[in-house]
Each structure stands twice: as structure tokens, then as C-alpha cells.
Design a protein around this ligand. Sequence first.
Ligand code: B12
Length: 223
Amino acid sequence: MAILEEMAFRLVQAVLALDRVAVRQIMVESMNVSAQGGGVAFAGDVLSLALRTVGEQWLTGALALSQVYMSARLCEQVMQELIPCPVRAQGETRIAMVSLIDRHALGKTIVLSILAACGIPVVDYGAGVSVDEVVGRVQTDRPDVLLVSTLLLPSAFCVKELCERLRALSLQTRVVVGGAPFVLDPELWTRVGADAVGYSAGEAPRIIQALTGLNKEGAGLRV
Ligand code: B12
């Protein structure tokens, strides 16, 4: 079994047993797997695969929604202890991130922490935010890049409205999407009119770099 699958398998056992110590140990281990690049990006991939497995078991009726909830809460708490605090954006806002409409916020947390580790300040617009609210924030802040995370398919479709409204206002903000619907349907990002997609949190710094030319002067992109 490949290391990603092996760790995700152990993580599933640990979260379902609500074994916080084991969850922490697996997350720390995953951050130290140097052969896989290690760090928060790999830990995010382990987490994503493990929770996807938990979600599939919920779909078959083998698990209750409360178990999915507890699994995610446990992972969230452990990751909050382990990952760096987001770097606060000062002055001009260049990057912003939101979990659009739905409240699945773990993917956003991982992306934010990777960008923090790279020294890229991001304004966090929060989770469960409506298209109206996001358009309002972007009009005020005018970020170069807006990172959008969605896990519910209906939320992913709302990205289309978001992109159309930003363009109608002639805002230059580039929209980068990520999350389960875009992983499951790799071409969905083009249909909703986004400028780029990230299939894993570890891709975020490189996408931002490509879209903005950030780091041309050598400002610490390390992923
Ligand atoms: C945990 C979970 C929950 C938790 C959320 C807790 C929390 N605080 O986030 C709880 C229990 C609350 C929950 C509730 C619900 N959930 Co839920 N949930 C999940 C589950 C099992 C895991 C999601 C997760 O946290 N993954 C871990 C993170 C780290 O991984 P990730 O999000 O994939 O992100 C990775 C990458 O995609 C990437 N990434 C993510 N975003 C972005 C953005 C950018 C820009 C980039 C570059 C990268 C990137 O970075 C991460 C690391 O690499 C998924 C299953 C799945 N297949 O994803 C279902 C799932 C998303 N849920 C689902 C559903 C239906 C619901 C509910 C409607 C259930 C209900 N009947 O109430 C509610 C809706 C709540 C709401 N209003 O939002 C469905 C969605 C189906 C669909 N097609 O729309 C799924 C797919 C389960 C399933 N198989 O049916 N859920």
C-alpha cells in the first residue's frame, strides 16, 4: 500500500475511535514524510483521503452523520494545534480566500496554512459566505486572486454566478477554485468560468505565483 493510502487508512481508524493522540501522531508523521514532500500539503492530502473514505462510509449507511462531524472536528482541532497561524495581510490585499456558501472549512484551513508557511498573506473571508457578500468584499478589497473552496456541488455551481458578477463589474480579480466537486469532475472549473483550479492544497502557492508573478523578487515560496 502506498504511504498516502496507508496513513489515510490509519487516520480513518483513529478518527472513528476518537483517538486524539493517534490522530495527532499520524498528522505529525505525515508532515515529516520527506520522501513525499512532507509538510502541511501532504498532511492535507492524507486528511482529504481519510475524510473522503469516512464520507463514503456515511453514504453506504455504515456511519452516522454525527460520526462524520466528530471525525472532521477532531481533525480540525489537531490541525489547528499543528499548523502555523495565518499571516495577517497588511496594506494592499493581494490574496483572499472563502468557503463559498457551504460550511466545509477544513480544506480552506489547510490552504491558508500552506500559504502562511510560504509567507503569503491571505485575507480569510470565512465560511458559509454568500455570492452577494463575496462580491461586496471583492469590490472593496480588490484582491488580485480570490481562492474559492467548495465541497457541495450546488456551491460549486454558484462559482459561475460569482465569476459572471465579478466580470460584469470589470473587476480584475482572478478566481481559483478547489474542493471535492472540482476533483471529482476535473473540467468543472472551466464550465463555471474560473481562471484556475487546484486539485490539492499544495498547488495553491504555485497557482498564485503563476497568476500574479508573485515571488519574482524571490519572496519565499517554499512549497
Ligand atoms: C467532513 C465533512 C462534513 C463535515 C464538515 C465539517 C467542517 N468543519 O468542515 C460536516 C459533518 C459538518 C458535513 C456536513 C455536510 N455535508 Co459533508 N462532508 C465531509 C467530508 C466527509 C470531508 C470533507 C473534508 O473536510 N475533507 C478534508 C479536506 C482537508 O479535504 P478537501 O476539502 O477535499 O480539500 C483538499 C483539496 O480539495 C484542496 N482544496 C480544498 N479547497 C481548495 C481551494 C483551493 C483554491 C485549492 C487550491 C485547493 C483546495 O485542499 C485540501 C487538501 O488537499 C466530505 C466527503 C468528501 N468526499 O470530501 C463530505 C461531503 C462534502 N459532504 C456532503 C454533504 C451532502 C453534507 C451535508 C449536506 C450533509 C447533510 N445532509 O446535512 C452537510 C452540509 C453542511 C454545509 N452546509 O456545508 C457531500 C457533498 C455531496 C455533493 N455532491 O454536494 C460529501 C461529498 C459527502 C458525500 N460523499 O456525499 N460534512
